[in-house]
Design a protein around this ligand. Structure first.
Ligand code: DO4
Ligand code: MG
Length: 295
């Protein structure tokens, strides 16, 4: 994880199952990864070496920390229509589901060799756990998209896995797919965290349960779950298309598509609280704020 220490300095830490956090002498995940590479060991081996050397005397309690995104990701990219559920929902919002028997572009991208990939966010637009996600002032149909995020280096190596939220406006995308950037990108429309689980310590990223809960005035109004065993593609396949002929920066996060779509009649409201849980990674919690139109 990454958090602000007592001097308000971003600090990398290791979280154990007792919710204890041991600070590491780095302010960002990529510093640790690059240092491990210099020392010719894996990040996990390197963390163990550091803990053996500096000990575990300084301990923080997870719940008391101001968390940051676990890596300062310069960019967040996303893929779409990688689960059948997403294909169905996109067709529904574009109102062409069952209208005729010809294939929609969502049907086509679900089956095509080339996946849908889009720029989702930049560091300045992305927030960590417990900070406010915004909903747009000009949309009446907005949802969170709970997704597995892969953290990659500039060569496209998968370093670890995190939880991401690809906040989306269904009415804007449904009106016209050319509006996709507006349906996906605005201030605070993306969060990820709370942890990065190192790739070497996650035995099967294709068998992760993802749970989405949304609370309104303390009452759970959405309760959905799915499993990454429904992912139509491989993580490496998505990364390989993302890095092809592209400039990718160390610490980039690629969201790998949503397997969960809240019921069609649901839309987020100001004051809602979104919780996305992947037991192996943790719980990503964000309250929701509605932006006010300046017009
Ligand atoms: O086609 C639009 C985006 C779909 C998406 O973000 C997803 O499937 O997660
Ligand atoms: Mg998505």
């Amino acid at each position: 994880i990454r958090f602000l220490n007592n001097n308000d300095k971003p600090t990398l830490g290791v979280l154990n199952s007792q919710q204890q956090v041991f600070p590491l002498p780095y302010s960002d995940f990529m510093e640790l990864v690059n240092e491990a590479e210099n020392k010719k060991c894996t990040p996990l081996q390197f963390v163990q070496l550091i803990i053996d050397k500096i000990g575990t005397n300084e301990v923080f309690i997870y719940d008391q920390l101001e968390l940051l995104t676990p890596v300062a990701a310069p960019e967040v990219w996303a893929s779409g229509v990688t689960y059948y559920k997403s294909r169905q929902a996109r067709n529904y919002e574009a109102s062409n589901w069952d209208e005729d028997s010809s294939k929609t572009f969502y049907d086509k991208v679900y089956d095509a060799e080339r996946p849908e990939l889009f720029m989702k966010s930049t560091e300045a637009r992305t927030i960590g756990p417990n900070k406010h996600l915004n909903i747009r002032s000009d949309s009446e149909w907005q949802i969170p998209e709970p997704e597995v995020g892969v953290v990659i280096n500039k060569e496209g190596k998968i370093l670890g896995y995190t939880i991401g939220n690809d906040m989306s406006s269904r009415d804007i995308e449904g009106e016209n797919p050319l509006y996709l950037p507006q349906a996906k990108i605005w201030k605070n429309s993306c969060s990820f965290g709370p942890t990065i689980v190192l790739a070497e310590s996650l035995p099967d990223p294709y068998n992760l349960e993802i749970k989405l809960s949304i609370y309104r005035e303390g009452i759970k109004v959405v309760d959905e779950s799915a499993n990454t065993n429904q992912l139509k593609r491989k993580y490496e396949e998505l990364v390989s298309f993302l890095t092809r002929d592209n400039l990718i920066l160390d610490g980039t996060v690629l969201l790998t598509g949503t397997p969960i779509v809240p019921p069609n009649e649901f839309t987020l409201q100001d004051g809602d609280r979104i919780e996305i849980e992947i037991p192996e990674v943790g719980v990503l919690t964000n309250p929701v704020k509605k932006l006010i139109s300046k017009e």
